[in-house]
Ligand binder design. Structure first.
Ligand code: HEM
Length: 537
């Protein structure tokens, strides 16, 4: 009798996998699955006591054995399927990666540098590497258009259910809904909007410059990553809520910025395994609600504020989608619009310290440009070869979102870079690996700003330059990001010579090795020494 029960449990496990779990999307249901499993367990214990005449202890033990039998059926079926029957079973990749998504987490411990290891995996296994049971990383320049191009039917996958059931623009998986929402965002970042924002930006930049000035005068070092994070969080809160965090002036980080930075690393691990992320989200609801209230209050204050010029809020509030998910969309702006810029400019500073000859070249390019209070208007900066080249090289060598974005093939599958990928498969075009592929950029690991101007032969496949993504879901804030990058980089290198802080030189040399992939990069401090240029007007 008992043996029959165990065999039934094993078969139930196999059926659960074959009919239920291998077919539909389950990631976002992970918390519910855990609760149902617990309830079922308690019910089974009760049933064995009431109907089977077991003692309490026996029924606990018996239910544990039955549970183990069910799980062995479930996982046994899963392993067999993933190894021998899965549509990806002929794709190359490490053995454990074929079996479980936890492999990527294990590979990311302790430093969250899987994006660097992935480059090595592509060198070893080729253009297509199975990095999770249901995911292929495709490092081939043709894959960019095939996956993200206008004719692609490939969509966003389950990874984007992060904020389910309230998706913000980035998390919207329905292409129609995204098409409706996106124009409002594009308007918030088109050139006339940027012109309106510029005086506000300039006010923040002046604060940064006066802080840098004091450090230069006193001969003290400044932590570039910290300063740029504060700057860009101040800017984005000003443009979204009509009120700066004043992190630069007060040297006090807003609790919301502190929280973002504190959660970044643990969040980086959770983002590698979405079912666990959903469970942790449920367990952290109290904290999430606290921050939602913070956003609600800030947005409420902005709503009632009389402003003379438009800001991001002005444009987005014309969209029904934005107004129906205010908190989620505001969170997106904060997460997408501040640290990405800080990462890029910190990396520019790092590269300029490693290649000081480019500081001279950039200075010569900027020396004659008119400034007002040390700030050069963006109209004078667009298209400047060294400025553009230096920023592009920082974005290429150290893309702020280095792993690239996940997409899902349509049910009928898709041909990507000449190979058929079956339907319902997660595909990624790994940004860091593509940027360092000799088929996309000649001498891919070298910092050569001229490749973006006088040496175009070093850019072999421009479409594979993906720091802002590509296609319908690319970065809508790119125009604002590029304007800010140009203005801040120009302002710093026109006024200062920058070098690694002398007592921290070794630490600085390894700054890039310490960057961790948390969807965007997590930066460690970069202490720099600034020397004021003599010829500044
Ligand atoms: C150097 C700076 C930046 C980089 C490298 C960057 C990169 C990216 C990337 C790779 C994506 C695609 C994400 C995906 O497909 O899941 C994205 C999306 C997005 N970014 Fe940026 N970003 C930057 C700055 C900004 C700024 C300043 C804003 C303004 C608030 C912004 C707003 C957005 C938004 C709203 C999306 C979602 C677009 C959509 O799904 O239609 N980003 N960004």
């Amino acid at each position: 009798m008992q043996n029959r029960l165990y065999i039934t449990a094993v078969l139930t496990g196999i059926l659960l996998h074959a009919i239920v779990f291998s077919r539909h999307e389950w990631d976002r249901h992970a918390p519910r699955i855990v609760i149902y499993a617990y309830v079922l367990y308690v019910a089974a214990v009760g049933l064995l006591i009431v109907k089977g005449g077991f003692t309490f202890g026996q029924s606990i033990l018996e239910t544990l054995i039955l549970g183990a039998a069910l799980l062995s059926g479930l996982f046994g079926s899963m392993v067999t399927y993933r190894l021998f029957l899965h549509p990806l079973h002929l794709f190359p990749g490490p053995l454990v990666a074929r079996l479980t998504s936890f492999w990527v987490i294990q590979q990311s411990i302790p430093d969250l540098k899987f994006y660097v290891k992935l480059r090595g995996l592509h060198d070893r296994y080729g253009d297509f590497v199975r990095i999770r049971p249901r995911e292929v990383s495709i490092c081939h320049p043709d894959a960019v258009i095939d996956v993200h191009g206008p004719r692609s039917r490939i969509r966003k996958g389950e990874w984007y259910d992060l904020t389910y059931p309230h998706p913000n623009l980035q998390a919207v998986r329905d292409p129609e809904l995204h098409r409706k929402q996106r124009p409002y965002w594009d308007k918030a970042f088109q050139s006339n909007a940027l012109q309106e924002y510029t005086p506000r930006l300039a006010a923040h930049y002046k604060i940064l410059m006066s802080m840098f000035d004091s450090h230069a005068t006193l001969g003290t070092s400044v932590d570039a990553s910290g300063a740029f994070l504060d700057l860009f969080f101040d800017v984005i809160s000003d443009l979204t809520f009509g009120k700066s965090f004043n992190g630069l002036t007060t040297k006090q980080r807003s609790p919301i910025v502190e929280e973002f930075l504190k959660r970044q690393r643990p969040g980086g691990f959770l983002l590698l395994h979405i079912p666990i992320l959903h469970i942790v989200r449920q367990l952290s609801m109290k904290t999430i609600k606290k921050w939602e209230h913070w956003y609600e209050a800030a947005l409420e204050a902005r709503k009632t504020m009389r402003t003379e010029t438009s800001d991001i809020y002005t444009y987005l509030s014309k969209s029904d989608g934005f107004m129906s998910n205010l908190v989620g969309e505001a969170e997106l702006i904060m997460v997408a619009g501040a640290d990405t810029n800080a990462i890029t400019i910190t990396n520019v500073c790092y590269l300029m310290c490693r290649h000081p000859e480019y500081q001279t070249k950039l200075y010569e390019e900027l020396a004659e440009l008119p400034t007002i209070d040390g700030i050069i208007d963006d109209q004078h900066l667009v298209g400047k070869p060294y400025l553009t080249g230096i920023i592009n090289e920082a974005l290429r060598l150290h893309p702020p979102a280095p792993s690239g974005v996940q997409r899902l093939t349509p049910p009928e599958g898709a041909v990507i870079a000449g190979r058929y990928i079956p339907g319902d498969i997660v595909v990624t075009t790994p940004t860091y690996s593509l940027h360092r592929d000799p088929r996309t950029f000649a001498r891919p690991n070298d910092f050569i700003p001229e490749r973006w101007s006088s040496k175009p032969e070093l850019v072999l496949r421009k479409e594979a330059f993906l720091p802002f993504g590509y296609g319908a879901y690319n970065c809508s804030g790119k125009p604002l990001a590029m304007l800010q990058l140009r203005m801040v980089v120009a302002m710093i290198f026109k006024q200062f010579e920058v070098s690694f802080a002398p007592d921290k030189e070794l630490e600085c040399q390894h700054f890039v090795d310490h960057q961790a992939d948390c969807f965007t990069l997590h930066l460690e401090p970069l202490p720099l020494l600034l020397k004021k240029r003599q010829t500044v007007d």
